[in-house]
Design a protein around this ligand. Structure first.
Ligand code: SF4
Ligand code: SF4
Length: 170
């Protein structure tokens, strides 16, 4: 029939005009990623990190550079955690290797950049650094208290030993 193709085309077009929208206004609007989506920036709950570096060791592309320090109570804390997104395979091995399950993806897929150095993401935040500062101070106080208690205990033991020795001599 003459015009059949045109009518079919118009039917499809009109169906899309009045049908459900499948497009969205990127970048003003963003798609919500699924639970298992791997991408964007690495994030961490700093308080849960034990500075073991297993994540960096598990990374096949050496995309993670960590620096750690020890507090006065010999507990390790990270001072820097750089994720080189340009090298990352998004294989998730770092997240899986973490024994405290503190790593996650922020799922922000809009991470393109003009400069390579902008792809180096510092995972630790200012709040994490404040927490570190406080943890170091608290550890100093705890270590001083522990040293005091140990010294008192030693003195007590020495006095007891001296008393026991004196008693035995009598
Ligand atoms: S996702 Fe894979 S490549 Fe990327 S930092 Fe983690 S272990 Fe390394
Ligand atoms: S594996 Fe987990 S706990 Fe260990 S340093 Fe990495 S993020 Fe921290």
């Amino acid at each position: 029939m003459f015009g059949k193709g045109l009518l079919t085309g118009m039917r499809v077009t009109i169906g899309h005009v009045f049908g459900k929208k499948v497009t969205f206004c990127y970048p003003e609007e963003k798609l919500e990623m699924t639970e298992r989506f791997r991408g964007g920036h690495l994030t961490m709950d700093y308080k849960k990190c034990i500075g073991c570096q297993l994540c960096a060791m598990a990374c096949p592309n050496k995309a993670l550079t960590l620096k750690a320090t020890q507090d006065a109570m010999k507990k390790r804390h990270l001072t820097s955690y750089v994720h080189e997104m340009g090298r990352c395979l998004y294989c998730n091995l770092c997240v899986e290797a973490c024994p405290t399950k503190t790593l996650a993806w922020d799922k922000n897929y809009a991470i393109s950049s003009w400069h390579r150095e902008d792809m180096n993401h510092q995972v630790l935040t200012d709040d994490d650094m404040k927490y570190l500062e406080k943890a170091m101070e608290d550890a100093k106080v705890a270590a001083a208290k522990k040293a005091e208690a140990d010294a008192a205990k030693k003195a007590e033991e020495a006095a007891k030993a001296a008393n026991d020795g004196g008693g035995a001599a009598n």
